[in-house]
Ligand binder design. Structure first.
Ligand code: NAD
Length: 269
């Protein structure tokens, strides 16, 4: 199966976790991939598929960087079909009364403004590429989170940033009307990556790894590859009628509301 043959894709946050798995899967499916990350680890990603993946080091939330990345890709690859805006940080888990404006600005800048820049600069390039190729279409994908659906799966600023991403892909889908370029989000549940390794490592240290999935119908956390598969679906023409959607990939985690135990001796009325 080669869903992305002849397509060019940019993936941000591709030095680790979900971004790395997606860059590798896109490459395996025939795409030429520009893997971008703020860290040097993106070189390792490119080295895993050197014929298909080119490394780019830069800040996904910096407008000049993203504009230059898109312009360079248009020149070197002759077009751009897919932009997976995946770079993100979790930020602090402090409560809303403890977080500072600086923390909020940092988290919103990377998690939300980074996606805005992908839509703004990547979107224009993808529309132009599509128009030059019989209106074949294109795809923008952003990594949101189940944290963006309701509270309880991240710090306050992270949760608000991911809710913003879910709304932003709907706005983008509308603003791209008639272009045959779609814009969707993925809402992962808990996935073992660099972002969550502290949690998995703490559970393993205590011999309680199985506890990580105990609130999930799947009874486990997810793997980066399971999110990459969703990112492949949304990037490919197989999702040609999916637009402005937030695709939940969480093993069922978000299907339930948190269960609050009643204090001893009291029953719910
Ligand atoms: P990760 O830490 O393994 O990967 C994130 C990557 O983004 C890192 O390589 C990091 O260097 C890069 N990055 C951070 N800031 C950047 C910036 N300004 N510019 C460019 N790159 C930057 O974590 P991950 O879980 O693979 O995270 C990918 C996305 O998935 C994030 O948007 C995250 O919020 C989201 N997500 C993760 C989970 C989870 O449980 N792991 C759940 C829901 C959503």
């Amino acid at each position: 199966m080669t869903d992305l043959t002849g397509k060019t894709a940019i993936v941000t946050g591709a030095g680790s976790g979900i971004g790395r798995a997606s860059a590798l899967l896109y490459a395996e499916q025939g795409a030429r991939v520009i893997a971008s990350d703020i860290t040097e680890a993106v070189q390792e990603t490119a080295a895993m598929a050197p014929d298909s993946i080119t490394a780019h080091q830069g800040d996904a939330a910096d407008e000049e960087t993203i504009k230059a990345l898109v312009d360079t890709t248009m020149q070197s690859h002759g077009g751009l079909d897919i932009f997976f805006a995946n770079a993100g940080i979790s930020g602090g888990f402090e409560g809303i009364f403890e977080q500072s404006v600086e923390e909020w600005e940092k988290i919103l800048r990377i998690n939300l403004i980074g996606v805005f820049l992908a839509v703004k600069h990547g979107g224009k390039a993808i529309v132009a590429t599509s128009e030059a190729n019989d209106n074949r279409g294109g795809s923008i994908i952003a990594t949101a989170s189940v944290a963006g659906l309701r509270s309880g799966a991240g710090g306050p600023a992270y949760t608000a940033s991911k809710a913003g991403v879910i709304n932003l892909v709907k706005i983008a889908a509308q603003q791209l009307s008639g272009s045959n370029v779609r814009c969707n989000a993925i809402c992962p549940g808990l996935i073992e990556t660099g972002m969550t390794s502290f949690l998995y490592e703490a559970a393993r240290r205590k011999g309680k790894e199985q506890m990580v999935g105990n609130l999930n119908p799947a009874q486990r956390g997810g793997e980066p590859n399971e999110i990459a598969e969703a990112a492949l679906f949304l990037a490919s023409d197989r999702s040609s009628y999916v637009n402005g959607h937030a695709l939940v990939v969480d093993g069922g985690l978000s299907t339930s509301h948190p269960y609050t135990r009643q204090p001893f001796g009291k029953t719910a009325t």
